[in-house]
Design a protein around this ligand. Structure first.
Ligand code: PBG
Length: 321
């Protein structure tokens, strides 16, 4: 019989808690919010029970509730009233995201407001940028648009800009545009390793951003690749990213771990809409217990995430007060 008995420290809740290696803190959580410009578009999202598309006042109310639960950060997605081929409503200084940033910062100056930066919610074709003659996404024209939009977000008082388009060179272009216009303090959280994933399905319903033709594989990453993710991250850091993101979360925990081991910047994991939908559906059916959520969220911390972006933020914070 071995003298080593690992079970000794598992005997009581207090002992287990004493030697616990990783913990999720409410301060690490980011709650994504969908804000609609047309009030009539507000309401529940079918595949994301518990998550609503919010009006602007609804988003401010939600931010107050999150704040009361100790959540420090929100990630904004806008659903504009008007979409066109070039995503022009995205750069409107009075666009839905710009107005929501101002309203939340006014009501709750301490709340960290992060704005997702991507044209897909604003283009009528649903791609993440401006198209060229052949129907592909024009990298450099898109980067110019993103830099312009980033300035309007910064001007509205956003704390962090999170480009999720996967164009090359966008972090540098955004950084330069911000610095040139007096926004040296606005941070960039780059969606560096963002994969062309099937797990974004419910989000695209929520944001009305499903591509009208083709898919996103010519700009988002190929799921089997990990070395390429490290190159994307290294490039974004060189270009001035303050923090980087791995997305989706659960199917890419190995990428998160590889990034953690290779880089010292803060890393965010995005527990995306499809991951939320899976757990919610299984829990609603009684097939899984609710603690599957806690187990999932702590896995991101164990794999090396500093920040966890998740639709579960609010419910986790309410259950763990
Ligand atoms: C915008 C964007 C997407 C998500 C975040 N930003 C959709 C996509 O790339 O198709 C997905 C988030 C989620 O699924 O929760 N480009």
């Amino acid at each position: 019989m071995s003298v080593v008995r690992l079970r000794r420290l598992r005997r009581t809740p207090a002992l287990r808690s004493l030697v616990r290696e990783h913990r999720l803190h409410v301060e690490q959580l980011v709650q994504p919010l969908f804000v609609v410009e047309r009030d009539a578009a507000a309401g529940p999202i079918g595949a994301m029970p518990g998550i609503d598309r919010l009006t602007l006042p609804g988003a401010v109310r939600e931010a107050r509730e999150l704040c009361a639960l100790g959540i420090r950060a929100v990630l904004l997605f806008g659903i504009p009233a008007h979409k066109d081929a070039t995503g022009s409503s995205n750069a409107d200084p009075n666009g839905i995201v710009q107005r929501t940033i101002r309203a939340i910062k006014d009501a709750l100056p301490e709340m960290i407001v992060i704005a997702d930066l991507c044209a897909c919610e604003y283009t009528d074709h649903g791609h993440c940028g401006v198209l060229d003659e052949r129907g592909g996404v024009d990298n450099d024209a898109t980067v110019r648009l993103l830099a312009q939009v980033a300035r309007t977000y910064a001007d509205s008082g956003v704390d962090v800009i999170a480009p999720s388009d996967m164009m090359d060179g966008r972090v540098e272009a955004i950084r330069c545009a911000l610095d040139a216009h007096g926004f040296a303090e606005t941070a960039i959280l780059a969606y560096s390793a963002k994969y062309a994933s099937a797990f974004y399905g419910p989000f695209r319903e929520a944001a009305e951003s499903t591509p009208q033709f083709g898919d996103r594989r010519s700009y988002q990453m190929d799921p089997p690749n990990v070395r390429e993710a490290l190159r994307e991250i290294a490039t974004d850091i060189e270009e001035g990213a303050d923090a980087i993101m791995i997305k989706p979360g659960l199917p890419y925990l190995d990428v998160l771990r590889a990034a953690r081991d290779a880089f010292d910047v803060p890393i965010a994991a995005y527990n995306v809409s499809g991951e939320y939908a899976m757990l919610k559906a299984a829990i609603a059916n009684g097939w899984l217990e609710e603690r599957a959520v806690d187990e999932t969220l702590v896995a991101f911390v164990r794999a090396g995430a500093d920040v966890v972006i998740t639709y579960f933020a609010k419910e986790w914070a309410s259950r763990n007060r």
